[in-house]
Design a protein around this ligand. Structure first.
Ligand SMILES: C[S@@+](CC[C@H](N)C(=O)[O-])C[C@H]1O[C@@H](n2cnc3c(N)ncnc32)[C@H](O)[C@@H]1O
Length: 249
């Protein structure tokens, strides 16, 4: 552990040692000031998420009630966290936990106008003592080695209050002849070495005690009623991304 005081951090907050997989494979995306300058733009986030960003954010926010308590696992580029904070309002609470101090600092800057939204340095795989109405993981799982995927899903479920809901939005198995499949396979091979597991492993199977939760996979992001669109538009609108819910009894 390095004893690092983060800008704007509560007294005593320490940086954690960054996991090898993050430093090795994702340094360019998250760990440099230039990464934030380059990637934290709507047009870039939208491109990375196959043109689905707006819709994915809407789906992440759906069902989150004003005044409720939400844990967001890991910072995200774009305006999802700001929209989440606005939706919760000042009677709600948003806690964001990210392992990279630079991302936590950036989130604090972005959310400065919403003091009920707080960002912390922490490992999403280590459950904290608080319990939440909703826990959101937005494109975190596919960036983690498989053992970490399990730990993060278990930690999300462990931090739900009874009746709470964990929401995972991430990659899913593409149809065998999906036209984006080879493109995604190429991107995964080049840049996202842990993502391919999401094609073969349902999120439910990542949970150690899934039997205690009602789960449903919703919205494989097939827009209904598509007409007069090109095959590529159609394919992109059916990009293999998924929203998975876990409801605690
Ligand atoms: C949520 S993911 C990807 C999000 C998506 N690409 C986007 O920006 O919209 C990226 C974040 O996960 C964080 N992260 C990676 N491993 C983590 C862990 N074990 N605990 C908490 N945060 C983690 C990284 O530091 C990074 O800020």
């Amino acid at each position: 552990m390095h004893d690092v005081k983060l800008p704007g951090a509560p007294d005593g907050e320490q940086a954690l040692e960054l996991p090898d997989h993050l430093v090795r494979y994702y340094w360019w995306a998250y760990l440099r000031p230039a990464s934030i300058r380059i990637f934290d733009r709507d047009v870039i986030v939208s491109a990375i998420l196959w043109g689905q960003y707006r819709r994915l954010c809407d789906l992440a926010l759906e069902g989150i009630l004003p005044g409720s308590r939400v844990l967001q696992m890991a910072c995200v580029y774009g305006d999802l966290s700001s929209r989440l904070a606005q939706r919760l309002g000042c009677k709600g609470r948003l806690d964001i936990v990210d392992i990279a101090p630079i991302q936590v600092h950036h989130a604090r800057t972005k959310l400065a106008a919403a003091p009920w939204a707080r960002s912390f340095v922490g490992d999403a795989a280590e459950p904290g003592p608080d319990r939440y109405d909703s826990v959101l993981s937005f494109f975190l799982l596919h960036e983690l080695p498989d053992a970490h995927k399990h730990r993060v899903v278990d930690a999300a479920l462990a931090q739900l209050r009874p009746g709470g809901r964990a929401i995972f939005i991430d990659y899913a198995r593409p149809a065998p002849l999906h036209p984006l499949k080879p493109v995604m396979a190429g991107v995964f091979a080049l840049l996202e070495p842990f993502a391919r597991t999401m094609w073969h492993t349902g999120i439910r199977s990542l949970a150690t005690q899934s039997e205690h939760y009602e789960s449903s996979n919703r919205d494989r992001f097939c827009r209904k009623g598509l007409q007069n669109r090109s095959r590529l538009d159609d394919a992109i609108n059916k990009a293999p991304l998924i929203r998975s819910f876990f409801d605690s009894a």
